[in-house]
Each structure stands twice: as structure tokens, then as C-alpha cells.
Design a protein around this ligand. Structure first.
Ligand SMILES: [Zn+2]
Length: 118
């Protein structure tokens, strides 16, 4: 199976996400956000989720977790596990990857997870 398209898509999604986070920090330019902005500008994107820390407002928290999913999917590529369920290791449904290239679970495991979180 050829995942090149997904890999390209992830690169694209990642730069969009980086842009969203930076724009958010610039739009809500309070001292804390400006400090964070400065910190992120001097940090590799791979380290951003850690650099952002845990004390985030809701919007930043969401932006951060989206970035984390993108980075996680990219690291799956690095270890050759992309396209397999992170839980049962079955191949992911192509249509799921297509609609969201950061998908990490097959439909069955995702459904179980969703139920568990409720
Ligand atoms: Zn699964």
C-alpha cells in the first residue's frame, strides 16, 4: 500500500496547525501568550506539545492536541507502523485514513475507546 499521499497530507496539516497556533498566540497577545510564542519560535515543532505545557486555555489545549495527533501519525511513519491500528494492529480502513490521516485506531477500537470515555 502506498502511503505517500497521507505523508504529504500530514506535512501540510502540520504546517497549517503550526500557523493556527502561532496566529492564536498573536491574536490573544497577553504577556503569557507572548512568552509562549517566543518559546515556541525557538523550539522544534516536534517539541511543541511539551513546550506548551499543561496550563493551557481551552483553545490552545485543543490546538495542541490536534498538533499532537499529527506528530504522532508522523512518528508512526518513522517507525513503519503507519496505517495500522495502535491498539489491535490491524490495518486501518483506507476510507478512515482518507478522511483523517491522523487516525490511529481502527473503527472497532475507536468505537470501544469512545464508549470508554463516556
Ligand atoms: Zn484496532
Amino acid at each position: 500500500m502506498d502511503f505517500q499521499d497521507y505523508e504529504d497530507k500530514l506535512v501540510q496539516m502540520r504546517s497549517q496547525q503550526v500557523f493556527k497556533i502561532l496566529s492564536y498566540l498573536k491574536s490573544v497577545a497577553d504577556p503569557e501568550n507572548l512568552q509562549l510564542l517566543h518559546r515556541l519560535e525557538n523550539t522544534d515543532v516536534e517539541q511543541w506539545p511539551e513546550a506548551m505545557g499543561i496550563h493551557l486555555c481551552k483553545s490552545l489545549h485543543e490546538l495542541n492536541s490536534e498538533l499532537q495527533s499529527i506528530l504522532a501519525a508522523q512518528s508512526q511513519f518513522d517507525i513503519g507502523q503507519y496505517g495500522y491500528c495502535a491498539s489491535c494492529e490491524k490495518k486501518l480502513e483506507p476510507q478512515r485514513l482518507c478522511s483523517d490521516p491522523t487516525t490511529q485506531y481502527c473503527l472497532e477500537c475507536q468505537t470501544k475507546l469512545n464508549k470508554a470515555h463516556r
